[in-house]
Design a protein around this ligand. Structure first.
Ligand code: TA6
Length: 313
């Protein structure tokens, strides 16, 4: 409720899995499971849920939770011997009790720092040492901020390369009522056509069928306009040049056991990512990837919010 003190609480979630609940003074909140470092909830100060989590999500490790913000690392989409989206979302993270100083921009006072480091077993599937620090924070006005800092700690002098995505599932009123601004005229790789490269049309993206596109060299800001809810999600990203847009639509929805047949109507994934150009770190080097999400009122008809202004503002 508004007026409460900001709080960070470690408690038990679904199936007794540990989760951290962040609450700010205005009443906004977020939840992140230690399993997967997985954000599963982001609510407004009126307690409205902004992220989509499937009603059929199974909170049973090592299967990743279907929805929220899965972390895709050290790879996005399949090749080699790793799972399609890597293993970070399938592992148990810890609370980082001694994080290195965070950049001065951490204006938020309501945050939790998590850390993931490889176990001996992990070396068998990905033979590298790393420290992956994730800060989940509630910013002023209820924004949700995720900052990933990945450091190569290989003692053998070896560099490593990875691809990455915040695989964010947004809760929407009706996929056919949605527009996405900020990706028009960009090149993309179409996962539904063997990753062939195309150029997007010249105006806002709307949805009439399944989509699975990796947009390349995208702007810092992307807007998702939900007419029915009179709300616009604004993604701001840094260190993440690409953006994936995915909706499984009806056929693929039916084929996913942890996804309701009709749930595709009420979600859209727009994923800040680094895919086209893998990131390479030498030992001692650190990469930072930051995502900031906000939900702003947008009564389009009154012209109160012009997405172009949001994107350029
Ligand atoms: O982000 C789009 C995508 O790569 C799709 O191709 C689809 O596979 C989706 O991710 C879900 O993947 P997951 O491994 O979470 O079932």
């Amino acid at each position: 409720m508004a007026g409460e003190k900001p709080s960070v609480e470690l408690c038990k979630g679904v199936n007794g899995l540990d989760k951290v609940v962040l609450r700010d003074a205005r009443g906004s909140s977020a939840e992140v499971y230690l399993f997967g470092g997985h954000v599963t909830s982001w609510r407004t100060d009126h307690r409205e849920e902004l992220l989509f989590v499937s009603n059929k999500a199974i909170f049973k490790p090592p299967k990743a939770i279907r929805g929220g913000i899965p972390i895709c690392f050290p790879q996005f989409s399949s090749h080699g011997n790793l799972e399609q989206h890597g293993f970070a979302r399938n592992k148990f993270w810890s609370i980082d009790t001694d994080p290195p100083p965070f950049p001065s921009d951490s204006s938020s006072k309501t945050f939790v720092d998590l850390i993931l480091k490889p176990t001996d077993d992990d070396f068998k599937i990905w033979p590298h040492s790393y420290e992956f620090r994730l800060r989940v924070a509630l910013g002023l006005g209820g924004d949700l901020m995720l900052t990933s800092r990945i450091r190569n700690t290989n003692a053998d002098g070896k560099p490593f390369s990875f691809t990455f995505a915040y695989h964010t599932y947004f809760s929407v009123s009706d996929i056919s009522e949605l527009r996405v601004e900020g990706l028009e005229t960009l090149d993309y790789l179409d996962n539904l056509k063997e990753r062939e490269r195309f150029t997007e049309q010249g105006d806002a993206i709307t949805f009439e069928s399944g989509v699975d596109k990796i947009y390349l060299s995208t702007p810092t800001k992307i807007a998702i306009i939900d007419h029915e809810k009179k709300r616009t999600f604004v993604l701001r990203k840094d260190g993440l040049p690409d953006a994936v847009v995915w909706n499984p639509w009806d056929r693929k929805a039916k084929a996913m056991p942890d996804f309701g047949d009709d749930e595709y109507k009420h979600m859209l994934c727009v994923e800040a990512a680094a895919i086209e150009k893998p990131i390479t770190l030498k030992p001692g080097e650190e990469w930072k990837g930051r995502l900031e999400l906000s939900a702003v009122p947008s009564s389009y008809c009154s012209g109160q919010l012009d997405p172009q202004k949001v994107l350029q503002g």
